[in-house]
Design a protein around this ligand. Sequence first.
Ligand SMILES: [Zn+2]
Length: 267
Amino acid sequence: MTAHRLICDLQGLQLFQLPVLTDNYIYILYDKPSHQTAVIDPAVAQPVLNFLESRGWSLDVIWNTHHHGDHVGGNLQLQERYGCAIYGSDYDHDRIPGITQTVRDQEEFAFGSWRVEVSSTPGHTLGHCMYHIPAADILFCGDTLFGLGCGRLFEGTPEQMWNSLLKIRSLPGTTRICCAHEYTLSNARYAQSLPTYSLGLLNYVAELQTLRNRGEPTVPTQLAAEIAYNPFLQADQSPMREAIDLPQTPPAQVFAWLRTGKDDFRG
Ligand SMILES: [Zn+2]
């Protein structure tokens, strides 16, 4: 896959999406007024190099959400070409290739005239973080939240991941969920297997299926849709808890039950 697309253009802030490997997405931000560019989680370098060169743009900075190879694989080649800065969480300072600046929970920095907020979101990994541009409704959430799903728990506990998901759920419903993988339809099969299955979910999945049939991404999804249909954001909600017969169980344990169910799901 080499096609890229422009997701949005807000007052000169352009967000592009590059599908790479089997199901990864790389995001590129270009701020027209300042001519700054940022790449989020470059799994590989070449498609990013091709894209930037076709426009005559340089690269100022890479924002990494976590250290996994399919998020940092292009770091060094891009840094060698452009001398760009590389941001990642302080926890990952020795496992993100080429990292030049560590960031912490609630830290803020500027990209052009845009304010970017960092949130620590442990669970998938312990160093996982997100980059949020509130004024543009853009969230780069890596492998924490996916369309109708969430990341596997490789390093963190269910409590940590649940708290990370609550951070996302507290954002405005208009937030674009720019996650790093196209897993939505696979996640939909699990969501549809749960007793909370609804006509609303069925219709939503049908819309997503139509996009995929046309070869288009389902990502970014909107947070409002995730709140409505993503089972992993419903571990503290009565309809979910009652449907799976865990009405008194703490939300983090309900989340753990849902996550284990997905790990074991063959649908
Ligand atoms: Zn990962």
